[in-house]
Design a protein around this ligand. Structure first.
Ligand code: KIV
Ligand code: ZN
Length: 525
């Protein structure tokens, strides 16, 4: 493959697979469709929609995404077994552009301990799995799991075998986030030189962030000749996460002088994508996160502010608008009508159906009655929360809390549980504790509260509180977020949101395609 001044680089998004797979990032079916639609509108080339054999829920999501996506290639992940591949083939077969992504470990440590197979057997499995996948689709990607810790000659033999069997994309993942930019660049150069038919496939990078080098490694892989980047929105993924899509895209767009690649992502949608994924997974975005963190374009120090006022290029290498961040603006109040609200949503990148719009508008009016100034961030929190809770079985109806210096504090809580209203009273060591005890009384569970975090959506004492809650129960971790001008109501909603997700998770596991331990055995995937 030659390197022209602007070589096309394909963006492969795996938010719905590697991202969703990490502890606590579970998304519902509807949330997955919403994310897939946004990825398609942004111009993502390949959407990895899930891991079809992992559960019926995963299969159905991949199948539905395959059917609705028109421009992007849709792929499903499969291990090397025939059942996995057939399940992935079945799931993506309705796509306009279907792909099967199959993988197998090739490093000595994975072959010996995880697969318990000899290299010769692994090599044969590469041939068989790619051949099987080619019976379903023409577009097959093969990945050498733990590729960066694989012996070079064996890696080349596997890549050669995969291409001969019909793989059109070859991915060499840094599964454990171990490599460095120089090493990864040279690995791609050397493999492409060594494998005789390497020009028959597109090479792909897939980097994990254990040492904080996922984006740097991915970009170095491009210099080594790779032309596909696997990444996730907000960098979510196993352990420390995957390379962040928004960072890769903006590095290429901002430093075209040294990264001369053509990547067709509409960067003005990056901020919206980050918010949607954060809302769907309930993973907060770190404040100083590059590109999409709330401080990414904030200038606090006097010297910086002075420079910015004189010329924005003094401290800004890209504009907030280029990634879809508009300056915080006072948008609307309680007199704003439905049309103004609809226009505002469109400006913020939301396209809601009539029912969703009506629901969001009602909640906007309720918020406007309680909060004088409504900012873009308030509207985003409100809509995202609606999307996240649309299918919830349990909802908060009312909460009355008695707080103050005279304990014990108490909470009277009314919930709608599957259409039935239930009320209970509880006391606790503080109002949050009382509220959570009330929830516990109405929905008995054994989940442990691992994280409780509050932050203000905007500024001012009437700002909405955004609360994140993470629960852990028997190997399952779930996270949920909720916003409300009343911190205690937001806390109750977030806790209930997490319990709803836990319920979905338990149900998913009760109807698995493979056993739960199977899914666990995919560690590092
Ligand atoms: O990290 C990894 O090796 C993976 C592969 C399945 C591509 O996610
Ligand atoms: Zn991975």
């Amino acid at each position: 493959m030659t390197t022209s001044p602007k070589d096309r680089v394909y963006i492969f998004d795996t938010t719905l697979r590697d991202g969703e797979q990490c502890p606590g990032a579970t998304m519902t079916f509807e949330e997955k469709l919403e994310v897939a639609d946004l990825l398609e509108s942004m111009g993502v080339d390949i959407i990895e929609a899930g891991f079809p054999i992992a559960s019926d829920g995963d299969f159905q999501a991949v199948q539905a995404i395959a059917k609705r996506i028109k421009n992007a290639t849709v792929t499903g992940l499969a291990r090397a077994g025939m059942k996995d591949i057939d399940r992935a083939g079945e799931a993506v077969k309705g796509a306009a552009r279907p792909r099967i992504h199959t993988f197998l470990s090739t490093s000595p440590v994975h072959m010996k301990y995880k697969l318990q197979k000899e290299p010769a057997e692994v090599l044969q499995m590469v041939r068989d799995s790619v051949t099987r996948a080619r019976n379903w689709v023409d577009n097959v990607e093969w990945s050498a799991e733990d590729g960066t810790r694989t012996e070079f000659d064996f890696l080349c033999q596997c890549v050669d075998a995969a291409i001969k069997a019909g793989a059109t994309t070859i991915n060499i993942p840094d599964t454990v986030g171990y490599t460095t930019p120089d090493e990864y660049r040279s690995l791609f150069r050397k493999v492409r030189e060594q494998v005789a038919n390497s020009d028959k496939a597109i090479f792909s990078v897939h980097c994990h962030n254990d040492l904080g080098m996922a984006v740097a490694n991915s970009l170095a892989g491009l210099e080594g000749g790779a032309r596909q980047i696997e990444c996730t929105i907000n960098g979510i993924g196993e352990r420390a996460g995957n390379a962040a899509l928004e960072e890769i895209v903006m590095a290429i767009k901002t430093r075209g002088d040294v990264l001369p690649y053509d990547c067709r992502i509409d960067a003005t949608m990056l901020n919206r994508a980050s918010k949607l994924v954060s809302a769907a997974t309930s993973f907060p975005v770190q404040y100083n996160k590059a590109i999409v963190g709330r401080n990414a374009f904030a200038h606090e120090s006097g010297i910086h502010q002075d420079g910015m006022l004189k010329h924005t290029q003094t401290y800004e290498i890209m504009t907030p608008e280029s990634v879809g961040v508009s300056k915080t603006s006072l948008v609307m109040g309680k007199h704003s009508g439905r049309n103004a609200f609809r226009n505002k949503l469109q400006e913020l990148g939301y396209e809601l159906g009539d029912n969703q719009l009506e629901d969001a508008f009602t909640r906007f009016k309720t918020l406007a009655d309680r909060k004088k100034h409504i900012y873009d961030e308030d509207i985003e929190a409100l809509v995202d929360e609606g999307i996240a809770t649309a299918t919830d079985r349990t909802k908060v109806i009312a909460l009355i809390v008695i707080a103050g210096t005279m304990g014990p504090q108490s909470a009277t809580l009314t919930l709608d549980v599957d259409g039935t209203e239930k009320t209970v009273q509880a006391t606790g060591n503080g109002p949050v504790d009382a509220t959570f005890n009330a929830i516990h009384k109405l929905i008995p569970h054994t989940a442990m509260l691992e994280l409780y975090q509050v932050h203000a959506v905007t500024q001012g004492t009437d700002a909405q509180a955004e609360v994140s809650v993470r629960l852990h129960e028997e190997g399952r971790t779930v996270t949920a977020k909720a916003a409300d001008p009343d911190t205690l109501v937001a806390s109750a909603k977030a806790y209930i949101g997490a319990l709803n997700k836990l319920m979905i998770k338990r149900q998913r596991e009760a109807t698995p395609q493979t056993t739960a331990p199977d899914r666990l055995r995919l560690g590092g995937v």
